[in-house]
Design a protein around this ligand. Structure first.
Ligand SMILES: [Cu+2]
Length: 165
């Protein structure tokens, strides 16, 4: 009886550790409000002091992170475009046009892949005026989900072993 009790305690501790590890993994994905403090997505001016390129260059973005854009849908939009379209501010044929319905004031864009993402505002004149930025997304350093799940399976097996020993 004493043995089974301590086995359960060990299994319980291990499960607790795994839960902590999973919570840690979640915490490593970050939300970034574009441009700085509140995610305002508008044309940079001397008055508002926005500089999206500078802001983007000051962070390291990982897979799983999210970008949050805040804007009036009547005045701005968000497109993901190719590197060439980014340089030239070409708004036709975007890779993705977010918020087509124009109903969201807070747009979340998840950075899913390990690759560069180029964002522009397609409203006339906005991209050339600096409403654009690129982020080079790197692979998240955290434990991957598959690895976490296999850890859970291993711990569950180990837990059963202690319980039935
Ligand atoms: Cu705009």
């Amino acid at each position: 009886m004493a043995r089974q009790g301590s086995g359960s305690a060990v299994a319980g501790s291990l499960i607790f550790v795994v839960i902590l590890a999973l919570l840690g993994r979640e915490a490593l994905a970050s939300d970034y409000k574009v441009g700085g403090t509140d995610g305002t997505w508008e044309v940079p001016t001397a008055t508002n002091g926005l500089n999206y390129s500078q802001w983007a260059a000051s962070h390291t973005f990982q897979t799983g992170d999210r970008l949050i854009f805040r804007y009036a849908p009547s005045a701005h939009a968000v497109q993901r475009v190719t590197a060439q379209a980014y340089s030239a501010c070409t708004v036709t044929n975007p890779l993705e046009l977010y918020n087509q319905s124009g109903s969201d004031l807070n747009l979340d864009v998840q950075l899913e892949n390990e690759e560069p993402y180029y964002f522009i505002c397609p409203f006339p004149g906005h991209c050339p005026a600096g409403q654009k930025f690129m982020v080079n997304v790197v692979k998240a350093a955290a434990v991957g989900l598959t690895q976490s799940l296999s850890t859970v399976a291993a711990v569950a097996t180990l837990g059963s072993f202690f319980l039935f020993f």
